[in-house]
Design a protein around this ligand. Structure first.
Ligand SMILES: C[S@@+](CC[C@H](N)C(=O)[O-])C[C@H]1O[C@@H](n2cnc3c(N)ncnc32)[C@H](O)[C@@H]1O
Ligand code: SF4
Length: 380
């Protein structure tokens, strides 16, 4: 599975114009900091990764955040150039930018710099819902952003968050149906997660916010699958749907199929296989610490931990179960050196939560909302 052809680069841009109350990513308020010091550090970190792990060929370069769409075309071009000098970018390399609707005026110059896939963070197409999510854009600007991304001629994906407080299945059906009529080839549809230590978690503790219960969330998930399928979007992963095979995210496929990737930028994670070992890498979280680490040591990562065979197998199972194809059982068991929990496997099959065929295990529709729990049961 991990091989020379299966390699990607993740660049974390940690700044956001505003911090959303539900978000627990490694993010910091943009306060007019000069970008150049962080871009310089990322450039050096890319070179350090290539020196350590070899000049691999990347099939994907992903700018995630935070809000990397705050970067101007010349800044994106510098980062793409740095990645291309450190590694080799495949001729058909997918170059994705996570883009906030507020930044749509920059999309054309970002595409000219080399971005060939926009992942537009619309989150909702309803003004009241956007307000409740603490977003700064409205539905009309989300639609304008999709149009602006499509006008670049590049691939467009849309992110929505559902299972929001008070959201009825009917309203979500209507909103999702409208979203799928937009010029997008791919949608990522995430159920709202109340992450610990966020403003939303504090509101839930105080009884000021009540997200949908499990039954309501399951009904919303079912409606999601049904509407996407009817509109010709295949649910190829728990939260991701594509109009065609070619519209699937190449970058995320690297994560789901336990490929290799380097993660650069504050707090980025990576997984690299090198000389038979697989390493988990993690960068300094705070931007200033990351910049200092690169200045001092020439690299931004603070830890490089070899994974045990069991840890590798568990990750492969957890990530592989997320995709529609599932995961090859013999491969996982050979890697961990012992069978997975066969009793749990039989029980989960009996409960219609997973399916086993052709040597692979995959989630049945009813198991999709329980993926992590199921993977944990099987890994015991
Ligand atoms: C790290 S965010 C970056 C995208 C971009 N800054 C934005 O906000 O549009 C990537 C995606 O994660 C999803 N996300 C973030 N926090 C979430 C949460 N607590 N629950 C569900 N989805 C979440 C959103 O859909 C978002 O588009
Ligand atoms: S959801 Fe996006 S814009 Fe909001 S804080 Fe998180 S990364 Fe930043």
């Amino acid at each position: 599975m991990s091989g020379e052809s299966d390699f990607g680069i993740y660049v974390h841009w940690p700044y956001c114009a505003h911090i959303c109350p539900y978000c627990d990513f490694n993010v910091y308020r943009a306060r007019g900091q000069a970008n150049v010091a962080l871009i310089d550090a990322i450039e050096k970190d890319l070179a350090a990764h290539a020196a350590r792990f070899g000049k691999r060929t990347a099939r994907s370069l992903f700018f995630g955040g935070g809000t990397p769409s705050l970067l101007h075309g010349d800044e994106i071009a510098r980062l793409i150039d740095a990645a291309a000098r450190a590694f080799t970018l495949a001729s058909d390399c997918e170059i994705t930018l996570e883009a906030n609707p507020e930044d749509s005026a920059l999309f054309a110059e970002q595409a000219a710099a080399g971005v060939n896939r926009f992942s537009v963070g619309a989150q909702a197409l309803d003004n009241a819902a956007l307000k409740a999510l603490g977003r700064r854009h409205d539905a009309a600007s989300a639609l304008r952003a999709v149009e602006a991304a499509a006008a670049t001629g590049q691939r467009v994906s849309l992110d929505l968050i559902y299972a929001r407080e008070g959201q009825s299945t009917e309203a979500w059906r209507e909103e999702l149906t409208r979203a799928l009529e937009l010029p997008v080839e791919h949608v990522s549809l995430y159920q709202l997660t109340i992450e610990p230590k966020t403003a939303f978690a504090r509101r839930v503790e105080r009884g000021q916010l009540t997200p949908p219960d499990m039954d309501a969330a399951a009904s919303l998930y079912e409606a999601t699958q049904e509407i996407c399928a009817a509109a010709g979007f295949s649910g190829y992963e728990i939260s991701n749907h594509a109009r065609s095979e070619g519209a699937r995210s190449k970058h995320n496929a690297i994560y789901w199929q336990s490929g290799d990737w380097v993660g650069v930028g504050p707090g980025a994670h990576g997984r690299m296989t090198h000389e038979g070992a697989r390493y988990a890498l993690e960068a300094q979280r705070r931007p200033a610490d990351y910049i200092d680490a690169v200045a001092e040591h020439g690299l931004g990562w603070i830890s490089e931990t070899p994974l045990t065979a069991e840890e590798r197998a568990d990750e492969m199972l957890m990530m592989g179960l997320r995709i529609a194809e599932g995961v090859e059982l013999a491969f996982v068991e050979a890697l961990r050196g012992r069978p997975i929990n066969r009793e749990a496997l039989a029980w989960l099959i009996e409960q219609n939560l997973i399916v086993r065929d052709n040597g692979r295990v995959r989630l049945a529709p009813a198991g999709r909302l329980l993926a992590n729990k199921i993977a944990a049961e099987l890994a015991v």
